[in-house]
Design a protein around this ligand. Structure first.
Ligand SMILES: C[S@@+](CC[C@H](N)C(=O)[O-])C[C@H]1O[C@@H](n2cnc3c(N)ncnc32)[C@H](O)[C@@H]1O
Length: 203
């Protein structure tokens, strides 16, 4: 017997088919630029961005159902038509769901750093992920990364150097609207430094 499919909550995006590439215009039924927040957590960044930029679309990706429902509730209560959440695994979304040249900006903010050497293989930023991201970003598309974990920051710099195809952009403090995430606020309150790096797929 096929198990019954859970019905999506308001502002939740559930693909009809998880095994085919998405038509990104089905997501929001318009062709505004698309930004994705991988591992959006409680969604404070996603919601603030969607409120600030009504002429862009925002998709949060999160694997925990409780968090997905919470962010969807916030987006619905705010009346945001440019914000949705997808409950799925981040790497799968970039590698298998989004077609080539479909994403304008990807945010990866305070992801799990997997500090133990034997767990480094679980880090999201690896050559395979970068290859998939490079394909999925539009020419000129950006990848914004933040972490409180200095060794993961170094790791990403090394992965980027090895991959070669992205160019690094300056990212001075307050260069543009970019709210702090819940985790950044929490880490900074504990005295930790959150580092950031910004990359671009050349035109
Ligand atoms: C450390 S929290 C950071 C949340 C948010 N970006 C912030 O900065 O406040 C990492 C989030 O990513 C989610 N996450 C971790 N691994 C994931 C994966 N493979 N796919 C989707 N979400 C994931 C976790 O459930 C969690 O909500």
């Amino acid at each position: 017997m096929t198990p019954e499919r859970r019905q999506p909550v308001e502002c939740e995006f559930m693909p009809d088919d998880y095994f085919s590439r998405l038509d990104p215009t089905c997501l929001f039924e318009n062709d505004q630029p698309l930004e994705i927040d991988l591992g959006c957590g409680d969604g404070s960044f996603l919601i603030a961005m969607a409120k600030q930029f009504p002429d862009r679309n925002f998709l949060g990706v999160e694997r925990l159902l409780g968090r997905v429902k919470k962010v969807c509730r916030k987006a619905h209560n705010e009346g945001l038509s440019n914000c949705k959440v997808l409950r799925l695994e981040s790497k799968y979304v970039i590698e298998w769901l989004f077609p080539e040249n479909s994403i304008d900006r990807l945010h990866l903010l305070c992801p799990d750093p997997w500090p133990k050497a034997r767990h480094h293989k679980n880090r999201l930023v690896q050559q395979g992920f970068l290859q998939a991201l490079y394909k999925a970003l539009k020419p000129g598309g950006e990848f914004c990364f933040k972490t409180d974990h200095p060794e993961y920051f170094e790791w990403v710099a090394e992965q980027m150097q090895k991959f070669k195809k992205f160019e690094q952009l300056d990212w001075p403090e307050d260069a543009f609207f970019y709210p702090k995430t819940d985790f950044q606020i929490q880490w900074e309150a504990e005295g930790k430094v959150v580092e950031r790096a910004r990359f671009r797929k050349p035109e």
